[in-house]
Design a binder for this molecule. Structure first.
Ligand SMILES: *Cc1c(COP(=O)(O)O)cnc(C)c1O
Length: 222
């Protein structure tokens, strides 16, 4: 295993270079995806200075929360079953996978505070992926006005598994365009200013296309 601090420096450097390439101005937050690593490795990430951590299963999240008391932000990045909402919703700072009304209803019912959410969009339309189509997403956010516990801070997507950089870039571009459309709806609890996109293999492209949160596992803590 490499030192997380070295990986982090390298990634931060690549992010800066990517921003400079396109003269991008946005702040990019790195979410350390710790779903595949243990508590020790997660603590090492926190010591390296990472303050955003990502988990994709309730068990993994609760296990880390049991042992880690640092004041970090927890991001839930996996699909969330409605019956698991109760267990996790008050433990997390961001949910990246809001994709259906039944989930919004359950969050409204269970959360004791406002939850920052990303609406997950399946831009590429791959059947294996969760998330709404672009058309559905627009419709969906309009219906979220009735859920005051939900704050849609932005949109999230996963790019397709492909070497085709043009195709990946196209997906990120489309998410950004949709984010601007949603933001312009001016729905009070849907500011939708953020873009959660980019993982180990494609975060540089995502940053060039406007990502404000990148979710990095393998290249950082793997
Ligand atoms: C696992 C995961 C990541 C991180 O993937 P890496 O390729 O390891 O960087 C990012 N986002 C989601 C939703 C994930 O499930």
């Amino acid at each position: 295993m490499t030192k997380i601090i070295e990986n982090l420096k390298q990634i931060q450097h690549q992010i800066e270079i990517a921003k400079q390439r396109v003269n991008a101005q946005q702040t990019v937050e790195i979410i350390a995806v710790t779903k595949e690593v243990d508590v020790n490795r997660t603590e090492e990430a926190i010591e390296a200075g990472l303050i955003h951590l990502g988990e994709n299963r309730p068990e993994g999240l609760l296990n880390k929360l049991d042992s880690i008391n640092s004041a970090v932000s927890w991001h839930y990045i996996g699909s969330l079953q409605t019956r698991k909402v109760k267990q996790v919703i008050d433990q997390i700072d961001y949910l990246h996978s809001l994709d259906r009304l039944s989930l919004a209803e359950e969050i409204e019912k269970r959360a004791t505070k406002r939850v920052k959410c990303f609406v997950q969009v399946n831009v590429s339309g791959e059947e294996s992926k969760h998330g709404l189509t672009r058309e559905q997403a627009l419709d969906f956010v309009k219906q979220l006005e009735q859920f005051p516990k939900i704050e849609v801070v932005g949109l999230m997507t996963m790019a397709p598994f492909t070497e085709d950089e043009t195709m990946i870039r196209q997906v990120f571009k489309q998410l950004k365009q949709l984010q601007q459309e949603v933001s312009q709806l001016n729905i009070p609890n849907v500011p939708c200013t953020e873009l959660s996109m980019g993982m180990s293999n494609d975060y540089e492209i995502a940053v060039e296309e406007g990502a404000t949160f990148v979710r990095i596992g393998t290249a950082l803590v793997g």
